[in-house]
Design a protein around this ligand. Structure first.
Ligand SMILES: [Zn+2]
Ligand SMILES: [Zn+2]
Length: 300
């Protein structure tokens, strides 16, 4: 039992440190009132195109961001952003087996819950003339213990997806996504559990994107080696995936000529994929000082 407990603490530590940033709660940083003037209005014409500036995939104090949803909306307003996508982490708790859970501060926890998160963000969206606020969630749908202690642990912890367009918290409550790792070593399940989860959300009217597709995890923490490939390996396997975040963390591999994004488009042309695969930019904003910067997407 002691060994299991040690393993559990180690796994939680590894998962919390996944994705290049901690999944643990941060302190709230109040918004500094001094703001720069936007370099563009939220919507403008450029060379015959109507450009609406959007910043997607942002975190708030509902997970590991440092800004309240209100302050995040104010930042977007100050910056001349037309569309703000808020997608806090789902994972409120990471569990090893049924009993050993650790609070990592996301939406799906007894303290918060989808309903409360949804009501808050939708109230904010209703009150906001500008920006338009999109409600979303970032999820790691499937995690497992792949190999033995001292080598690879907590696999799947950097396979992150953002989903949008679901307005019934019950749909998120019921989604087929793992909340816990089994107390045993498991084989890599391949794309199957991810495809099941993507199909479920698409069947309920959602849009699903792979987040930061080129970010792999290959790190040592004390004696523990956590090694997981970049999530883009899943792209060709997920026929109903809506799209992939290309900017900024998909530019090295996924968006290259012949990369996973191209592969997805060829699948569409060849009839293996029902829709073209969208590419978009994401911010993955957590705590930096304003402005919201990299990964700005322009909707046209
Ligand atoms: Zn992420
Ligand atoms: Zn994120």
């Amino acid at each position: 039992m002691k060994r299991k407990a040690t393993l559990g603490v180690a796994l939680v530590f590894l998962l919390a440190a996944g994705c290049g940033q901690t999944s643990l709660k941060q302190k709230i940083i109040p918004l500094n009132q001094a703001q720069a003037t936007p370099d563009h209005p939220p919507i403008y014409n450029y060379s015959g195109w109507v450009i609406a500036r959007a910043v997607l995939h942002n975190h708030t104090t509902y997970s590991d961001g440092c800004r309240t949803p209100e302050d995040l909306a104010q930042m977007a307003r100050d910056q001349g952003i037309a569309v703000l996508g808020i997608s806090d982490h789902r994972e409120g708790q990471i569990c090893l087996g049924k009993g050993l859970c650790y609070d990592v501060g996301g939406v799906d926890s007894p303290k918060v819950g989808y309903q409360k998160y949804y009501e808050h963000i939708s109230r904010l969206a209703q009150d906001s003339q500008s920006p338009i606020i999109l409600f979303g969630i970032e999820t790691m749908p499937y995690i497992w213990v792949e190999r033995r202690f001292g080598t690879v642990l907590g696999s799947g912890a950097n396979n992150h997806f953002t989903s949008w367009g679901i307005y019934d918290p019950e749909v998120y409550e019921q989604m087929p996504a793992r909340k816990q790792m089994e107390l045993k070593v498991e084989k890599n399940p391949g794309a199957e559990p991810y495809a099941k989860w993507v199909d479920y959300l698409r069947d309920h009217g959602g849009l699903v994107f792979i987040a930061h597709p080129d970010i792999a995890d290959d790190s040592w923490r004390l004696i523990l080696h956590h090694k997981a490939p970049s999530p883009y390996y899943l792209i060709p396997e997920l026929a109903r995936l809506t799209g992939v975040a290309l900017v900024p963390d998909g530019m090295a591999e996924t968006a290259q000529p012949g990369g996973a994004w191209d592969e997805g488009q060829f699948q569409y042309l060849a009839g293996f994929r029902p829709e073209p695969l969208w590419g978009w930019g994401e911010s993955d904003y957590h705590c930096d000082p304003p402005p919201l910067s990299h990964g700005i997407t322009c909707f046209t």
